[in-house]
Design a protein around this ligand. Structure first.
Ligand code: DP6
Length: 328
């Protein structure tokens, strides 16, 4: 059995935005996806987590953003810590303290940064010394998208077949460097259908799901080419299309559901209008109503200006590519 130090280990991880979406699990327990995905790690929204294993604790203690956590959220962290304990061959309970750094009212806290930071802090606190690939595999067990937040910049998650080969890695060839992401806060209420439930319903009931598996694979090949050849137009076009193809799975599920609200549609239309005026930008949307606008530096002031006019300055945040997980 590993000898545990009682000192807490702290790690910090940023969230990421998927440009080729992960939407559907082949194995729900191990979180093995049907398709590979690709994301950009962002530089501003991050989670800082410290973990300490302690033989004298009777149960795992979890605090998020200053409040003790119970119920489903506690269970999810506890289950993840159990995976870490099994890997390390220990049985001590842990104290987890986590802080999300998200601009006020951005409503963009994410399980990606949370489980990436938790994987890094908990594995080290448990005495494990993991390679970044193994850390990515571990983070995946907490939340699929978290496996990509282990790395900075453009990151691909290869779907793999099982726990051993489903992990993320950073893209080596990235000709495309000038990318900005403008995060629009459309609404900060919790989402009605979690991504976990939404993707399960899409896989099991959308007649288009098998087509998605093929199309997403082609989108991934095409976007990687656009990144290597520094083709921003192709990059943005594929990102926007892929997001809409994912959302088509929600609209075609039974019962159907939708993550957009009326403000989402207004923002999407404004992106299209700006593009029509020669101000190049594209949108992508995850499992919620918030919109992220992808653009290049030269057009950023005009796009930020247009959305600030629409939503007010507090709901418009500009982001760049960010780094991978770090120990503090
Ligand atoms: C729409 O990673 O949150 O953001 O694996 O069930 O925890 P679980 O899901 P999660 O889903 C992310 C879905 C998405 C697309 C993406 O990030 O690729």
């Amino acid at each position: 059995m590993t000898t545990l130090s009682n000192d807490p280990v702290s790690a910090l991880a940023h969230t990421n935005i998927a440009l080729i979406k992960y939407w559907g699990k082949k194995d729900e327990r191990l979180i093995i996806p049907y398709t590979s995905s690709l994301s950009l790690t962002l530089d501003q929204f991050y989670t800082e987590t410290s973990v300490r294993f302690d033989q004298s604790l009777s149960a795992d203690k979890v605090e998020i953003d200053g409040a003790a956590v119970s119920g489903k959220s506690w269970q999810r962290v506890h289950d993840f810590l159990t995976v870490v304990r099994q890997l390390a061959g220990i049985n001590a309970a842990a104290e987890v303290i986590s802080l999300n750094h998200v601009p006020i009212a951005a409503g963009l806290a994410s399980s990606a940064s949370a489980f990436a930071a938790l994987a890094a802090a908990a594995s080290k606190a448990a005495g494990l010394q993991l390679t970044s690939t193994d850390l990515s595999r571990l983070a995946r067990r907490g939340s699929g998208s978290a496996c990509r937040s282990i790395f900075g910049g453009f990151v691909e998650w290869q779907r793999g077949h099982d726990d051993t080969d489903s992990y993320a890695f950073p893209l080596q060839q990235t000709g495309l460097k000038d990318i900005s992401v403008i995060a629009l806060t459309v609404e900060s209420k919790p989402k009605s259908i979690s991504s976990r439930e939404g993707m399960n319903r899409s896989v099991t009931t959308s007649p288009y799901y098998p087509t998605w598996v093929n199309v997403a694979q082609n989108d991934l090949v095409d976007i990687k080419l656009a990144i290597v050849t520094n083709d921003f137009t192709k990059f943005g076009t594929i990102s926007e299309l892929n997001a809409m193809r994912m959302h088509a799975l929600t609209l075609s599920a039974a019962p159907d559901f939708m993550y957009f609200n009326s403000e989402t549609l207004t923002a999407m239309n404004l992106v299209k209008r700006l593009r029509h005026q020669g101000i190049e930008c594209y949108y992508t949307i995850d499992a919620g109503p918030n919109v992220k606008v992808i653009c290049q530096q030269a057009n950023k002031p005009q796009i930020v200006g247009a959305f600030t006019k629409l939503l007010g300055p507090k709901r418009v945040t500009t982001l760049q590519a960010g780094p991978g997980v770090q120990y503090l």
